[in-house]
Design a protein around this ligand. Sequence first.
Ligand SMILES: C[S@@+](CC[C@H](N)C(=O)[O-])C[C@H]1O[C@@H](n2cnc3c(N)ncnc32)[C@H](O)[C@@H]1O
Length: 212
Amino acid sequence: MDFILQSANDYALRHSPNKDELLNEIHAATLLEHPEAHMLSGPLQGNLLSMLSKMIKPRRILEIGTFVGYSALCLAKGLTEDGVLHTIEKREEDAAEAKQYIERSDYQKKIIVHVGEASAILETLNEEWDLIFIDADKTGYLNYYQHLIEKVRSGTWFIIDNVLFHGEVLKETITGKNAKAITAFNDFIKEDSRVDKVMLTVRDGLTILYKK
Ligand SMILES: C[S@@+](CC[C@H](N)C(=O)[O-])C[C@H]1O[C@@H](n2cnc3c(N)ncnc32)[C@H](O)[C@@H]1O
């Protein structure tokens, strides 16, 4: 993430220690073994997700894009006693790895992993979401958001990952399809009067939305 000052990022990381052994194990194992380890939220963003979830105290969380379960386990920390987090992952191998970590966590009864295409799974979930984390295919963001914003109650929170897309959205000419999709998404959100919004320059960029 060279568009964010590396020294400032390292300083922030050093001052945001994460003592959760399982999360640290997942982080280390993924860096070592997974060819797409960069997709993991990591400790700085992970701590932020946990904090936001603890502030919101959601009863129902929806996550689109499980990967190996790191962010789901971070978000689950804020769930109410009767809370449940539903997470969607299309790749069976990643979903299986996530399930195996979740089994070993304190949240094995509170996290449900759905394996399949997010757009299809979304149609089958009939919950009143308090918090939604969108972190899957970038070209799907706008569809997921448009589908969900119509259905959710006022007071629902959204967290959207990768809104700076490796800094590509900052370029004068945007060429990649993912960067184009994120740019279109960001421009749409900027004008959407249904939500309060803030974009944070944490890691790859996180936008927080609140449905009015
Ligand atoms: C950036 S990773 C998620 C990282 C995870 N949220 C974390 O922070 O640790 C995105 C994940 O979304 C999954 N994904 C991509 N497109 C998807 C789709 N259409 N439906 C469901 N999952 C999808 C990918 O397989 C990948 O594991």
